[in-house]
Design a protein around this ligand. Structure first.
Ligand code: UD1
Length: 367
C-alpha cells in the first residue's frame, strides 16, 4: 500500500531560489519514483526575477520543472511587490490546498509565500532557516526573521543557524539541521557544467588567472559612495589581476557615468553553469552575494565579502572569507594580502551534499 499523497506547494521567484529549489525538486521527484503517487510538487514562480538570464536559464540548465503558476509580479517598491505576491499566492493556496508550502531563503517572494500559507493554516517549510546578519535595515533580514517565526519546519543549514533560532525562542522538533542545499547543487551540477557561449570566449584568454566579482545588495547599489568604493577597488585590482563582473540589473541601473577599465570585464548576468565554471577557474572571489560566499568555499577559493557583516560567520571565523566592506583602499589591500594567499584546508561546514533528501523526508514524515 502506498502512503497517502503529500502535496507540496513551492514558492520561488528570485535567482538564488531557483538553484536551491532545483535540488529539492529533484529529491521530491526521486521520492515519488521510489513510492509512486506518494508525493507531488506544484511550483509557483512569483516573477520577482523575470529576465531570461536571471530566470529562464536556471530552469533550462538545472532542469527545474516548468512552473504551474507564474504570477508575473516583478519590480516596484518592496511593500507593493510583497503585497501583490501575498494576494496572488493566497489565491493559489486556496485553489491547490497543499499539505505544505515550501519557501527558500530571504527574498520578498519568501515572505509573501510564508505569510499567505500561515494565514490559511497551511504549514510552512523554510529552507535556509536561522540565518541572521543582525542588521534589520536589510530587507532580507526582515524577511528571514518573519518567515522563521511562522514556519512549522525550519531547515537550518548550519549549527550557527540552529543557535540563532534558539536565541529567538524557536526550537524543538520543527528545527532540523539538514546541511546546505547549495552544497548539494554545487556537487551535482559541477559534473554537468560547461562554459556557455556567453563566457567561453572570455574565459579562454583569462585562464592564467582572474578574480570573479558580483555586486547587487541594496546597501551597496543604493548608496553611491559604497558603490563607487567597490567599483573603484575592482578597477584598481583588475590592473594586476583581471576581474570578471557579471552585473545584476539592479547594479547596472545604478552605474551612472562610471566606466570600467578594459581589464575589468563587465558582462551580463550569467547562468549557474557559467558561475560554476568561473568558480572552478578563478583565483578568488569578491562579492556581496550570500550564495557566492559559500560557493567560493565549495570550490576551495578565498572570498572577500563586500559587506560589513555576513550571515555565513563560520567562513570568516575559520579564515576562508574576509569581511572587506565597501571602502576602496581596504578592498584593494585585502585583495593583495588575503585573496592571493592559499585557502585553509576544507572543513565539512555545510553538510554532506544530501540536504535535499533530508528535507523531503521531513516533509513526508510530518504531514
Ligand atoms: C533579490 C533579493 C535578494 C537576493 C537577490 C538575488 C529581496 C528583498 N531581495 O534582490 O535577497 O539576494 O534577489 O539576485 O527579495 N530586475 C530586472 N530583471 C530581473 C530581476 C530584477 O531588471 O530579472 C530589476 C528589478 O525590476 C528591480 C531590481 O532589478 O528594479 C532589483 O530586483 P529585486 O527583485 O527588487 O531585488 P534584487 O536586488 O534582485
Amino acid at each position: 500500500m502506498h502512503p497517502a499523497q503529500v502535496k507540496i506547494l513551492t514558492v520561488i521567484g528570485a535567482r538564488p531560489q531557483f538553484v536551491k529549489a532545483a535540488v529539492v525538486s529533484r529529491s521530491i521527484a526521486d521520492a515519488n519514483a521510489r513510492a509512486p503517487g506518494s508525493v507531488s510538487e506544484v511550483l509557483v514562480h512569483t516573477g520577482q526575477h523575470y529576465d531570461a538570464n536571471m530566470s529562464d536559464v536556471f530552469f533550462e540548465e538545472m532542469r527545474i520543472p516548468k512552473p504551474h503558476h507564474h504570477l508575473g509580479i516583478g519590480g516596484g517598491p518592496h511593500g507593493a511587490m510583497t503585497g501583490r505576491m501575498l494576494e496572488a499566492i493566497e489565491r493559489v493556496v486556496v485553489q491547490e490546498r497543499p499539505d505544505w508550502l515550501l519557501v527558500y531563503g530571504d527574498t520578498n517572494s519568501t515572505l509573501a509565500g510564508a505569510l499567505a500559507a500561515a494565514k490559511l493554516h497551511v504549514p510552512v517549510g523554510h529552507v535556509e532557516a536561522g540565518l541572521r546578519s543582525f542588521n534589520r535595515r536589510m530587507p532580507e533580514e526582515v524577511n528571514r526573521v518573519l518567515t522563521d517565526h511562522v514556519a512549522a519546519l525550519l531547515f537550518a543549514p548550519t549549527d550557527v543557524a540552529v543557535a540563532n533560532l534558539a536565541r529567538e525562542g524557536v526550537s524543538g522538533p520543527g528545527v532540523r539541521q539538514v546541511g546546505d542545499v547549495m552544497l548539494d547543487a554545487a556537487l551535482y551540477y559541477r559534473q554537468l557544467a560547461r562554459p556557455t557561449a556567453a563566457t567561453a570566449p572570455l574565459l579562454a584568454p583569462l585562464a592564467g588567472g582572474f578574480f570573479l566579482a558580483t555586486v547587487h545588495r541594496a546597501e551597496n547599489t543604493d548608496d553611491p559612495a559604497r558603490l563607487k568604493g567597490i567599483l573603484d577597488a575592482l578597477s584598481e585590482i583588475s590592473a594586476r589581476t583581471p576581474v570578471i563582473l557579471p552585473l545584476h540589473p539592479r547594479t547596472r541601473g545604478s552605474l551612472g557615468a562610471w566606466r570600467a577599465p578594459p581589464s575589468l570585464h563587465v558582462i551580463d548576468p550569467v547562468g549557474y553553469f557559467d558561475i560554476l565554471c568561473m568558480l572552478q577557474a578563478c583565483g578568488g572571489v569578491l562579492t556581496d552575494s550570500g550564495g557566492l560566499q559559500k560557493e567560493a568555499f565549495f570550490f576551495g577559493k578565498r572570498c572577500l565579502v563586500l559587506r560589513d557583516e555576513t550571515e555565513w560567520v563560520e567562513l570568516v571565523e575559520k579564515g576562508f572569507n574576509l569581511l572587506a566592506g565597501a571602502d576602496r583602499d581596504r578592498i584593494v589591500s585585502a585583495a593583495a594580502s588575503f585573496l592571493d594567499g592559499a585557502a585553509p584546508e576544507a572543513l565539512p561546514l555545510y553538510g554532506d551534499g544530501h540536504a535535499g533528501e533530508r528535507i523531503v523526508e521531513a516533509l513526508l514524515e510530518r504531514r
